[in-house]
Design a protein around this ligand. Structure first.
Ligand SMILES: Nc1ncnc2c1ncn2[C@@H]1O[C@H](COP(=O)(O)OP(=O)(O)O)[C@@H](O)[C@H]1O
Ligand SMILES: CC(=O)OP(=O)(O)O
Ligand SMILES: [Mg+2]
Length: 394
């Protein structure tokens, strides 16, 4: 029976999974899938490497399956492969690694206890990242489990990019900018040199636009700045998160509306962003299909904020050589890419409309001084590689 690595990637609206075989040349995908729409219209799909559907299920609109329900369904599906593979490790995406973890780590009880401390810093993710680790540890305590962090890729950012202008006593407690989506950015940094060698060696902004959304400025593949900060609520407006707001708003909510920390947490993580502005949905597909003015307003704000943050990150890099789109929206919503690129004309981005409609990968014209791309991210492959390396270093 061949050895296999199972990878779990719990996002804010989805649970993605992959099974990799373990040949000497590095992890090789065998099957992958996801349960998306966890907060509204859950949809499970699993495919083999050729893209053929192995299994699919839809739940009724409004079903709140949640991450636990998704994990339960996934375990049942994976039971069907018990006799085909020998599981050698499970690799997990863990969104927050704080100051303590700047590379993947094999999880034991001590590590798990440290990771629990970050739950308040990533309430939409960390609990769902850690629950399966605990469940697997209970059922198979000998099975190696590896935590791979969204924050790790950003830990080498210049000091200035990580600092808030707060007194040093607060900074020293770990209150600093971390940045997230690091596994996605690391993957893009690993494939860009083959597609655009010159740009990859230069100044690149990657836009990871999914239910969570952020931008990362990279110089020669190294993270230099990110729109996300101490938590994944900062930066761009997202499906249900507000992105950056004046901290004075929080004080106003406390003083004038008498909201406590939990109520504010709910507001800024779960009731804001595309959902809050539109009053309709957190799902970009629904907003683009709607003719309600508030749906259009939410999309307009999303695009406007990306444009402003893009300018900020280009300034941090001292210019721009390439712009890359990824994540659920970045990979599939040509209209959003087109609008962002048109707004970025001043930076030297010239959109190739036909290439963009066709899905890229290059979506800028040959004469564009800044090249633009759309690439499918692969956080799961990065996790599989890190997991393999962590359980048996070369
Ligand atoms: N064809 C599409 N057009 C527009 N948006 C899409 C499309 N497909 C997926 N999306 C968006 O991508 C989001 C999910 O992105 P993804 O990166 O998978 O999410 P997560 O943050 O949970 O990892 C959905 O909320 C949806 O808005
Ligand atoms: C960090 C984050 O927002 O992740 P996701 O986009 O998967 O929700
Ligand atoms: Mg994601």
């Amino acid at each position: 029976m061949p050895n296999a690595i199972l990878v779990l990637n719990a996002g804010s609206s989805s649970l993605k999974f992959s099974l990799f075989a373990d040949p000497p040349g590095g992890p090789e995908l065998r099957l992958r899938g996801q349960i998306e729409g966890l907060n509204g219209a859950p949809h499970f799909i699993a495919r083999d490497t050729a893209g053929a559907i192995l299994d699919e299920r839809r739940w009724a609109d409004g079903t709140n399956l949640g991450h636990d329900g998704a994990a339960h369904h996934l375990v049942e599906f994976l039971q069907g492969f018990r006799d085909e593979y020998q599981l050698m490790a499970v690799g997990h995406r863990v969104v927050h690694g704080g100051q303590a973890f700047s590379q993947p780590v094999r999880v034991d009880a001590e590590v798990l206890a440290k990771l629990e401390k970050f739950v308040p810093l990533a309430p939409l993710h960390q609990p769902h990242n850690l629950a399966p680790i605990r469940a697997v540890a209970e059922r198979a305590p000998q099975l190696p489990q590896v935590a791979c962090f969204d924050t790790a890729f950003h830990r080498r950012q210049p000091e200035l990019a990580q600092l808030f202008a707060l007194p040093s006593a607060i900074t020293e407690r770990g209150v600093r900018r971390y940045g997230f989506h690091g596994l996605s950015y690391e993957y893009i940094a690993s494939v860009l040199p083959q597609l655009a060698p010159e740009a990859a060696a230069g100044r690149v902004v990657v836009a990871h636009l999914g239910n969570g959304a952020s931008l990362c400025a990279m110089a020669a593949g190294r993270s230099m700045a990110s729109t996300m900060g101490f938590t994944a609520v900062d930066g761009l407006p997202m499906g249900t998160r507000c992105g950056n707001i004046d901290p004075g708003v929080i004080l106003y909510l406390m003083d004038e509306l008498k909201m406590d920390a939990r109520a504010i947490e709910r507001l800024i993580y779960k009731e804001s962003g595309l959902l809050g502005v539109s009053g309709i949905s957190s799902d970009m597909r629904e907003l683009l299909a709607s003719d309600a003015p508030r749906a259009a307003l939410a999309v307009d704000l999303f695009v406007y904020r990306i444009g402003r943050e893009l300018g900020s990150l280009a300034a941090a890099l001292g210019g721009l050589d390439a712009l890359v789109f990824t994540g659920g929206i970045g990979e599939h919503a040509a209209v959003i890419r087109a609008r962002v690129c048109r707004d970025a004309a001043w930076l030297g981005v010239e959109l190739d409309e036909a290439a963009n409609e066709a899905g890229g990968p290059r979506i800028s014209t040959a004469s564009s001084t800044v090249s633009a791309w759309t690439l499918a991210t692969d956080e799961e492959l990065m996790i599989a590689r890190h997991t393999r390396q962590t359980i048996s270093p070369p």
